[in-house]
Write a protein that binds this ligand. Structure first.
Ligand SMILES: NC(=O)c1ccc[n+]([C@@H]2O[C@H](COP(=O)([O-])OP(=O)(O)OC[C@H]3O[C@@H](n4cnc5c(N)ncnc54)[C@H](O)[C@@H]3O)[C@@H](O)[C@H]2O)c1
Length: 308
């Protein structure tokens, strides 16, 4: 049998390819300290990352907005993982500085990894279309979903809160590169997010070997995901187009753990697609079969063609 497993302290556990056995027994993050922003409920990508990080041997703190904490499920996660929860609005540099100060105190030293798993667009929420954006709301979208990543890294760096060779990750979406109907101003936020990863990745890498990357994830059924217009169709389309199918939140969390680990020490300033191959596809047979059923123009109730 292939030696496909990992060292579990003394004994090497052989795993068959495609084994259902949990890979995280590898303890890839043994002794590491992390801060995870954005776990809201069990569906959240950050929730899965938090669980897997602890399973892989890390100690963590969790952060989300006071409102998200009041809404409620994060406390249960904190208890389960023995992780302190530090409230913060990610647009507030004071709140962010406090998260890093408290986290280094609680965890007893510098932080080895940070996850930014935060996104929100008031324009999407209020159903303002891209050709009718409210600009105050656009500023909020960019601040919450992208500039907060800059604020986070800037505060952590000023406090020297990240250890040498640490790993900082944010979650992105392919709408940063290509246009997806309905993704709205979040596309602009994701483009900015990815750019911040490159710009800060240069500074922090040169200075302290800290890696800064984004993972561009498949459509995923979470609270933020279901706010995207036509999410069900988008999810199905991406699934039919991707040779490996859509990546789940669980699988995304696995990728995050590898990116936090010492196995990816020289990966930085990248936007890493974690999408079952979607971003390299043009047309798949499954998608073609689906769309050959009707090539009619899409019309509204008055018969007007909509170029959506
Ligand atoms: N779900 C998808 O289809 C998908 C695909 C690609 C990328 N992503 C990205 O993954 C990340 C996590 O989203 P998710 O899908 O797990 O949904 P989610 O709704 O579970 O997580 C979004 C989080 O952002 C937090 N948040 C919102 N405003 C905030 C603020 N001002 N300060 C701090 N936190 C704030 C929310 O409380 C919530 O915990 C987001 O960046 C999202 O854009 C999601």
């Amino acid at each position: 049998m292939t030696q496909f497993g990992c060292k579990d302290t003394k004994k090497f556990i052989p795993l068959r390819p495609n084994s259902k056995r949990k890979i995280m027994s590898c303890q890839l993050l043994q002794g590491k300290k992390g801060v995870i922003f954005g776990a809201l409920n069990e569906a959240s990508i950050a929730w899965k990352v938090a669980e897997k990080a602890v399973e892989a041997g890390a100690q963590i703190t969790l952060s989300n907005t006071p409102m998200a904490l009041r809404m409620g499920e994060v406390n249960a996660l904190g208890e389960k993982l023995n992780a302190k929860i530090i409230p913060a609005d990610a647009t507030s540099i004071e709140d962010l500085a406090n998260v890093f100060k408290e986290s280094t105190e609680i965890l007893g030293g510098q932080i080895d990894f940070v996850l930014h798993s935060i996104g929100m667009s008031p324009n999407v929420r209020k159903k303002r279309t891209y050709d009718d954006l409210d600009y105050t709301m656009l500023s909020q979208t960019l601040d919450i979903s992208a500039v907060s990543f800059h604020k986070m890294i800037q505060q952590a760096r000023k406090l020297d809160a990240i250890s040498e060779g640490g790993s900082i990750l944010a979650l992105s979406y392919v709408a940063a590169q290509r246009t997806f109907y309905g993704y709205n101003d979040m596309a602009d936020a994701k483009a900015l997010l990815e750019s911040i990863a490159r710009s800060f990745g240069y500074i922090y890498g040169r200075e302290k070997g800290v890696r800064v990357n984004t993972i561009s994830q498949s459509p995923t059924m979470t609270t933020a995901g279901s706010g995207v217009k036509g999410m069900d169709q988008l999810f199905d389309f991406a699934n039919k187009m991707s040779p490996l199918g859509n990546a789940s939140a669980d699988e995304c969390a696995d990728y995050c753990i590898v990116m936090f680990s010492d196995l990816t020490k020289k990966v930085t300033m990248q936007n890493l697609f974690h999408d079952g191959g979607f971003s390299s596809m043009g047309m798949s047979l499954r998608a073609m079969n689906q769309y050959s059923k009707s090539l009619d123009e899409f019309k509204d109730e008055t018969g007007k063609i909509i170029y959506g």
